[in-house]
Design a protein around this ligand. Structure first.
Ligand SMILES: NC(=O)c1ccc[n+]([C@@H]2O[C@H](COP(=O)([O-])OP(=O)(O)OC[C@H]3O[C@@H](n4cnc5c(N)ncnc54)[C@H](OP(=O)(O)O)[C@@H]3O)[C@@H](O)[C@H]2O)c1
Length: 474
């Protein structure tokens, strides 16, 4: 048997350290050999949770199946790992040293099969070295002191060409981006997140990850029949549920107003507001308030909701975060306020969608500048191309063509979660993100809006809102 033993001390509460390590998917963020890590069981992390790890071993990789065989919050975790060549028993113990400092002792005992012990012994020194490096990685991950976000030169270069930029929207783009990510160990306990469009797709996956990170959630969905199923699915995946579910059809500004009023009356400060709800409408449709549906749901609604909730976002000690979920489709369109509301005659769903998302991206930049002194950071993200119910329903042809390269919903939602959770994500504002990196907002010069159009956007939103027939939707 080969035993590796390491001890680290980190300035983090014991609960945060325990939760981070127990989620063995995080090994990719700190283990010197881990290439990928997946959770194989659906239930919340605990006794019996299984993880599948792929680890580098010299020129090759080894697959290791781990199971949590002992789980004693906040004291210890024991995992058993099985591979073709060896079994390993990891015993991890946690101990509070002094205020806010935790000592983590990590012991891994390897037992080799098929008389491989002699061969393994010859690699013991390098294994000890890797063990030390991994625990240093864990200490760094738990220090949670990453550099502020910045686009790498390679990413900036990719954004200069349409095809290489579009390639980043795919699953391969996500996997490439992931290689450069810093660990994300921030604990969201005590953070209040308001997330719209949580019943499906990216919003649901973001809710799962945010609950896993300890956040308290207010989820906004429109269909009352989905509340129980959504809460049950969240409970099954995370062992937790949203604190509150609010019902609102966000294409109706009257309902957006009523929702804002309810949240303002509850007076619970908001740390993160995620404007995620959205859909692409292939056929022209007007809301009962008398405006084209895409512009109502994708632009007027997040504008009105965010402005109304400003008092609950402003003035916290740590900056509140507003995250606007936009779309790579907006790269095709230029902001022109006069063409945001399309008529039935010239309507094309993908164009209406892209124009609204473009406007929301510009609004992100405007809010970011205007709310600096209020301690609110405002960023946009686009998820690339992700296989969600929304894409399945609205873009079946696109989905058929691109199915092999589409991201999963979870991969698409990753940057939403990162913007909400990562400590370093509030060090920047007014940016558009993909895969945790700031990206260009224009792939072509011809989509750059004029200063006059930018200045006209907020007055246009107020004027358009004033024309709505709000009485019709009560
Ligand atoms: N998937 C992609 O590849 C992709 C790419 C670019 C941008 N996006 C953006 O990402 C966001 C999430 O999209 P998704 O792909 O996850 O779509 P999805 O699977 O259709 O989920 C959309 C969510 O928004 C909700 N929603 C739709 N209309 C609503 C309304 N009128 N009032 C309240 N909630 C409403 C839906 O509720 P129901 O369950 O009741 O329908 C659902 O919870 C959208 O803003 C979308 O534009 C997605």
């Amino acid at each position: 048997m080969i035993s590796l033993k390491e001890v680290i001390e980190v300035e983090r509460p014991i609960e945060a350290c325990f939760r981070y390590v127990a989620d063995f998917r995080t090994t990719v963020e700190w283990d010197a050999t881990a290439v990928s890590a997946k959770k194989r069981t659906d239930e919340p992390i605990g006794l019996g949770s299984e993880f599948s790890l792929l680890c580098r071993a010299g020129p090759t990789t080894i697959s290791i199946q781990y199971t949590i065989v002992e789980y004693t919050p906040w004291q210890s975790i024991v995992l058993e790992g099985k591979s073709r060549w060896f079994t390993v028993r990891d015993v991890i113990t946690f101990e509070t040293r002094e205020a806010n400092t935790t000592r983590i002792s990590y012991c891994a005992d390897f037992t080799y099969h098929y008389g491989l012990r002699t061969l393994a012994q010859s690699t013991e020194a390098s294994m000890q070295k890797l063990g030390r490096k991994s625990l240093q990685g864990l200490a760094r991950a738990l220090q949670d002191n990453n550099a502020p976000p910045a686009a790498s030169p390679k990413t900036a270069q990719r954004d200069q060409h349409l095809l290489t930029a579009l390639a980043c929207f795919t699953r391969a783009g996500y996997r490439r981006g992931r290689r450069a990510w810093a660990p994300m160990s921030t604990d969201m306990s005590g953070k209040h997140v308001v997330l719209t469009g949580a019943s499906a797709g990216l919003g649901f996956e973001a809710a799962v990850d945010l609950l896993d990170a300890g956040a308290s959630l207010t989820l906004v969905i429109r269909d009352p029949t989905k509340v129980a199923t959504m809460q049950a699915a969240l409970l099954e995946r995370t062992g937790r549920q949203a604190d509150q579910v609010e019902l609102a059809d966000l294409s109706l500004l009257n309902q957006v107003n009523a929702l804002s009023q309810r949240l303002l009356s509850a007076n619970k400060p908001i740390d993160v507001l995620i404007n995620n709800a959205g859909a692409l409408f292939n056929d022209y449709c007007q809301t009962s308030e008398g405006i084209e549906m895409s512009v109502a749901l994708l632009l007027l609604s997040p504008w009105r909701l965010t402005e109304a909730l400003h008092p609950l976002l402003a003035g916290h000690d740590t900056p509140a975060r507003v995250i606007n979920v936009v779309s790579g489709g907006m790269y095709t369109q230029k902001l022109q306020c006069a063409s945001l509301v399309m008529s039935a005659d010239d309507y094309r769903g993908s164009v209406a969608y892209a124009r609204a998302k473009r406007a929301l991206t510009v609004l992100t930049e405007l809010w970011s500048a205007q709310w600096q002194d209020d301690h609110i950071v405002v960023n946009a993200m686009h998820p690339g191309w992700a296989d969600t119910p929304g894409v399945q329903g609205a873009l079946p042809g696109f989905r058929r063509l691109t199915q092999r390269v589409l991201r999963s919903s979870q991969e698409g939602a990753d940057t939403i979660v990162w913007l909400a959770r990562a400590r370093e994500a509030d060090k920047t504002s007014g940016q558009l993100f993909l895969d945790r990196e700031p990206r260009t907002t224009h792939l072509r010069q011809r989509t750059v809006e004029s200063a006059d159009e930018r200045a006209a956007l907020q007055p246009w939103l107020s004027q358009t809102y004033a024309t709505l027939n709000l009485a019709e939707s009560t």
